[in-house]
Unconditional design. Sequence first.
Length: 225
Amino acid sequence: MKSVLFENQDLEYKAFHQKLIPNISPDRVIGVRTPTLRKIAKEFCGTKDREQFLQKLPHEYYEENNLHAFFIEQIKDFELCITEINRFLPHIDNWATCDGMRPKCFAKNKDKLLLEIEKWLGSKDTYTVRYGIEMLMVHFLDENFDEKYLDMVTTIRSDEYYINMMIAWYFATALAKRWDETFPYIKNKQMPVWIHNKTIQKSIESYRITDEEKAILRRLKIKEF
């Protein structure tokens, strides 16, 4: 699989993209664009090469991890998909790989997914927790919403930047989709200052938040010393 990835290497893209994942050594970035990776994943779907690749962890290259995530997305059986995700999550080492894995089978298995999310949120691994928050954001802010999910995210305490940034992203999205239920968490300052302010910043930058709501949020920003 490495040879296929290097055949699709784009050095200009590598130079650009490695700046977005500063915690990954440049030596581990090949430089393959995401649409190309998805095309490769589609070409190898259902092959023995794909199955063998899924069993090889950890991977050496950043793009191998992304390809692994895209292979997992193809799995239609929920239980098998979860098994593969739980094998893979401890090996994720960056936000881009974490955020790019969104299996379609999750949409029809919300009750089971929620049980997994609760486990992920309790993990000590940065990207496992981040993934759990992201799945709450993707699948449980619309018709499956419950205010208790806001509480679940609010209670998370971490010094990890990539967890705290995801919490802010979650609450900014929640404000856009569930303003009435979410706003009290901001008004009552229920989160650490950095997350509180970052949530407001991301909300103000969002086109889904009204000008009136943005004005309210601006007044709630906390001064940091």
